[in-house]
Unconditional design. Structure first.
Length: 632
């Protein structure tokens, strides 16, 4: 008996241990490391924001002897002014401390004079981190107006014959040049075309991205930095201005390509953008050194192999997004693991500026290495404000992903989540929703599994967080609400929806934090111009202004126990089983919700490996104890 018990317990120990190993992260980076890095970033940014030597019309660029090299707000060719205010806004986003909001606003407003700047292709760098983050987090129409004007200025540089945004007016030897860096600036055009600007700006941005794809990305996935065209659109030359040689691959240029094509796919869902993002990513990952931080140029000779943390920071942020778009689970996991390995190195003592004299967050960035076109170089082995920005952005993206759930997107294809088949008859959907930005103009909308969702009119049932700061629900041809229920940023609300697919009517209740359920919709009709549906087959989380305006977690769909009915005007009827009582009445306990099939846990997830290992260990020890007793 003792032998059998010992053998069985060893088996449990092995199974449990395997579960522990399967769940073990691929690298050491974790929540605690992210929190430490964010706290250090907050400390460094607070020092800079309160430093009288850094006035609100000047902007940190690179560290130098314990201080910042600054760029004035009226430097029209400089490209880095937007990152410091962007970092201040990211700090405000973390805790909604009004001090950070005031700081972000001060450095942001002093960049407004750049909105009519037509001398540079770098307006995306200047405006999306600063005014873009400001509008995302405040909803102030002032910021939106500046963004639209800046986009209009950037659009003036688009050459329709060549199909690119021209750059680098300072070099008279070039005719119609463009650089890989411009991929990052396209977001201003993509965003503005969807937020009150000219729709043609989207086509300009996509055309530019396609031209970059065909003329700047090499067959092996590496990139040139510069392509110069003649006025008819023929290629005059290709090279790598800031790299080791024209045939080499400049690491930050490769990072701009990874981030830029990923962002272009976010806005367009053009498969060519996704394919190119993966192509340039695979080259980058295949050529990384052991610590996942690249040298400034992938082809730099041994004597010039200086690390560039700014490239790693941008890629660590981009890969977390790209991993959510690829359909191959193994590739997605590779990208996620690579991003975490980069964050692990960047947050270590080898790269984090903690304990150093640098005013920045990261050490060991390379602005412009010593090359034949710039023999002395500039900002070599320094803290770089843009590296700091993308590092903090990457940390925040990590924290969002760790929070789990589904996030709203600006485009419909990416907003959809499958709810499974056979959700017919009377169905109850429940979930928690957390607004993450302001303004929120987002919907949680439902359609049949066979419905091709391309617009709001494709959704039959819609729950909205409206721009005025309240919940409402679609009723036939418009939105309405039976009660006034405001929402607050970063607060979580529980939503319950009961839909009668046969009667084409639904009711909605929302429970605010610490409160009772509020009836928002009672027996509302489905959207009148939506396709007819007989099931709840998919849900769309659609943003109005930015990605990630809200998060939905714990979404479930189950069979309802009674149809949706309305009480008669003269005599209220009791609530149906499992249906919340009228507002103000005592709450009725709900029947337990069934676990949706797609959320059921199996294998190691069903019986956590650590617990199984503990049980196995106890049984094994018990077996040893009995054997020892028999020998005594």
């Amino acid at each position: 008996m003792t032998v059998r018990l010992r053998e069985r317990s060893v088996g449990w120990l092995l199974v449990g241990s395997l579960c522990v190993l399967a769940a073990w992260p691929a690298q050491a980076f974790d929540d605690a490391a992210a929190d430490r890095a964010l706290q250090f970033a907050r400390t460094q940014l607070n020092k800079t924001a309160t430093n009288p030597a850094v006035p609100t019309n000047q902007y940190p660029k690179a560290s130098t002897d314990g201080t910042w090299k600054l760029v004035r707000n009226d430097d029209m060719v400089g490209w880095t002014q937007g990152f410091f205010p962007g970092l201040l806004w990211l700090m405000y986003d973390q805790g909604r401390d009004a001090t950070w909001k005031s700081r972000g606003d001060a450095w942001t407003r002093n960049l407004e004079l750049q909105k009519t700047n037509t001398q540079t292709h770098d307006l995306g760098f200047k405006f999306m981190p600063s005014f873009g983050q400001a509008y995302r987090l405040t909803g102030d129409a002032y910021y939106q107006g500046v963004l639209l004007t800046a986009a209009r200025s950037l659009a003036t540089r688009y050459n329709s014959t060549v199909g690119v945004i021209k750059c680098c007016d300072w070099n008279p030897a070039w005719q119609v040049p463009t650089v890989v860096d411009t991929m990052m600036n396209l977001e201003l055009l993509f965003w503005a075309s969807r937020n009150g600007g000219d729709p043609a700006w989207n086509d300009m941005a996509l055309n530019h991205a396609l031209k970059t794809m065909t003329d700047m990305v090499r067959s092996d996935g590496s990139t040139f930095q510069v392509v110069d065209y003649d006025t008819a659109g023929h290629i005059r030359s290709r090279g790598t201005y800031q790299g080791y040689s024209n045939s080499s691959t400049w690491a930050r240029g490769q990072a701009w390509a990874i981030y830029g094509f990923t962002m272009a796919y976010r806005y367009t869902r053009d498969a060519r953008m996704l394919q190119t993002a993966q192509k340039v990513t695979n080259y980058y990952l295949d050529h990384l050194p052991a610590d996942s931080i690249p040298f400034w140029d992938f082809n730099a000779p041994a004597g010039q192999q200086v690390k560039d943390s700014s490239a790693a920071a941008a890629v660590a942020s981009a890969l977390q997004e790209l991993s959510t778009y690829v359909t191959d689970p193994a590739v997605a996991q590779r990208y996620r693991n690579a991003a975490l390995a980069m964050l692990d190195s960047l947050s270590s003592s080898a790269y984090l500026a903690s304990g150093s004299s640098s005013p920045g967050i990261l050490l060991h960035g390379v602005g412009f290495y010593m090359t034949p076109v710039n023999p002395p170089g500039s900002d070599i082995d320094k803290s770089l404000i843009y590296g700091d920005y993308y590092f903090v952005e990457a940390l925040i993206r990590y924290k969002l992903a760790r929070a789990g759930g589904w996030y709203s997107t600006l485009v419909f294809p990416g907003s959809l989540h499958d709810l499974g088949a056979n959700n017919t008859g009377v169905q109850v959907a429940e979930f928690d929703v957390t607004p993450l930005s302001k303004p929120v103009d987002a919907v949680i909308g439902y359609a049949g599994r066979a419905t091709n969702v391309t617009a709001y009119s494709s959704l039959s049932l819609l729950i909205r967080l409206n721009p005025s700061g309240f919940f409402d629900v679609r009723r036939g041809g418009d939105y309405a609400a039976l009660a006034s229920l405001p929402y607050e940023i970063n607060a979580t609300y529980h939503v319950r929806m009961r839909a009668d697919l046969g009667a084409k009517r639904y009711s909605v209740w929302v429970r605010p934090p610490g409160g009772n359920e509020v009836l928002l919709a009672d027996n509302f009709g489905f959207r009148s111009d939506a396709p007819a549906i007989t099931d709840l087959g998919k849900v769309s989380l659609k943003s109005g202004h930015f990605d990630n305006e809200l998060r939905v977690s714990g979404h479930s769909v189950r069979l309802g126990s009674a149809p949706v009915t309305s009480p008669s005007p003269s005599e209220p009827s009791p609530p149906a089983a499992g249906e919340p009582p009228p507002t103000g009445a005592p709450e009725v306990s709900d029947p337990p919700a069934e676990t949706p099939p797609e959320r059921e846990s199996k294998g190691c997830a069903a019986a956590p490996g650590s617990m199984m290992a503990l049980v196995g260990l106890l049984l094994w020890l018990l077996g040893r104890g009995r054997r020892s007793s028999s020998r005594a």
